[in-house]
Design a protein around this ligand. Sequence first.
Ligand SMILES: C[S@@+](CC[C@H](N)C(=O)[O-])C[C@H]1O[C@@H](n2cnc3c(N)ncnc32)[C@H](O)[C@@H]1O
Length: 285
Amino acid sequence: MTSDDAAGPRSGQVYAWTAYPVTRREADQPETVRANRAWWDAEAADYYAEHGAFLGDADLTWGPEGLRESEAHLLGDLAGRRVLEIGSGGGQGARWVAGQGVASVVASDVSAGMLERARRINATVADSRQRVPLVQCDGAALPFPDEAFDVVFTAYGVVPFVADSGRVMAEAARVLRSGGRFVFSTTHPVRWAMPDDPGERGLRVTQSYFDRTAYVEQDAAGQATYVEHHRTFGDRVREIAAAGLRLVDVVEPEWPESNLETWAGWSQLRGRLIPGTAIFVTWKD
Ligand SMILES: C[S@@+](CC[C@H](N)C(=O)[O-])C[C@H]1O[C@@H](n2cnc3c(N)ncnc32)[C@H](O)[C@@H]1O
């Protein structure tokens, strides 16, 4: 979750006011994945202490607006389907899917720390079907054969945390059978132009929507410790098309008045005015 000062980080500038200096610079795929794997390993306990109750143990929540798959039905009828979750974190989404009459479901994530959370939740669920199998892997290099799944999905996993998100689309397409779906939610692209702040400050445009230079937190030696990558809406559409997927919908969930959650830069204040999440629904022909 990015943060920046009033003017917004600019390429090459280093900001020393967070625990780790923040900069905007290039970060390739190996550096990005290495940094984010370690970051999510370290963050796992805090992430679930803060968001675990909102997410539930067996529910597929598309983002901080609280839109659930049980209302959105973006994955289609799951009965008899083979399903893969990438960037699953604690596997709550996969656990919900497991209760929908699927043939199989696998939860995967690059972070051993996040998968350890998933293992712990697995150990507590009463319904044995919800003890989902866990696989540690990079969502941009899936260890599964071609056409192994009917549905691939992620809620805020993988996509903003890799340099080559086109590769994620291509991998999802490869492991899907013809007629299968890849559905992913991620930060709405318009958010990149504003500080990641849930308050008034987060309503001001302070940096270019068109600047794809990565947001990087790094240590004193200049090694990235956390990286987020931005793509414009057009970039996303082109990545999806290049992977051979057909974009059939983009859902921009509205913020319900009943939702008082503040999640990093997401809040009711901002959610009333601008989208926070984009859910891309794609099919493989
Ligand atoms: C914001 S969390 C979302 C977790 C979960 N889907 C949820 O809704 O709570 C992002 C997840 O993406 C995972 N992730 C980041 N980079 C990844 C990559 N290259 N491959 C697979 N997972 C990755 C992180 O480890 C983390 O679990």
